[in-house]
Design a protein. Structure first.
Length: 195
């Protein structure tokens, strides 16, 4: 078993064709609160991924202890944060927009929509890491998801950013998508003038 990633919330290990996500204990939190938070976030993430199984490409959950560990299928593909520009990125952006449409139409928010949490395999765009995911029907939350993606593309993929994001917006057809897209501008203005 080898460690393949470490984030603020969890360590990811690979064991052959399994990815094992282990939520890290935080010493600055009261132990009882820490245990409760890790448990609730682990359960919520597993539930969201299970719900999405038949809707968009996500890893299959193999097992969870509903406490701090989720075992899932290891998606052996190309992480888009490292490979997007070298692939057929226009087609990938279109597929991504279709996935986001389906995700938001289920009133599910990813919460950390960056290309680090997207893997391209067998002509599919897999969304991974729903550790910050949650349920919401709010236009604001869906717009924030897209705003995060826009920022991630601008920061990491600036050479293709404007066109890539335009392709995503053009192919994003979620319920109330016009209102969601308009809200992105509001969110950006709020951020710009928050001094």
């Amino acid at each position: 078993m080898k460690q393949i990633q470490q984030g603020a919330e969890a360590i990811i290990y690979q064991d052959n064709n399994k990815a094992i996500k282990e939520r890290i204990s935080k010493s600055y939190r009261l132990p009882i609160l820490d245990k409760k938070l890790r448990k609730s976030r682990t359960k919520a993430e597993a539930k969201i991924i299970n719900k999405l199984q038949s809707i968009i490409p996500v890893p299959k959950i193999l097992e969870t202890d509903n406490q701090q560990t989720i075992e899932m299928e290891f998606i052996d593909g190309k992480k888009l944060s490292e490979h997007l520009e070298q692939l057929d990125w226009k087609s990938i952006c279109k597929k991504l927009a279709e996935n986001l449409t389906k995700l938001h139409n289920q009133d599910l928010i990813h919460g950390d929509l960056t290309t680090s949490n997207m893997i391209f395999k067998d002509d599919l765009v897999y969304l991974i890491d729903f550790g910050l995911g949650f349920h919401s029907h709010k236009i604001e939350d869906k717009a924030v998801d897209l705003h995060l993606l826009k920022q991630a593309l601008d920061a990491k993929h600036f050479s293709i950013f404007p066109e890539a994001f335009n392709i995503i917006l053009k192919n994003y057809k979620a319920n109330q998508h016009n209102l969601i897209i308009k809200r992105i501008d509001t969110i950006e203005k709020r951020g710009r003038y928050r001094h």
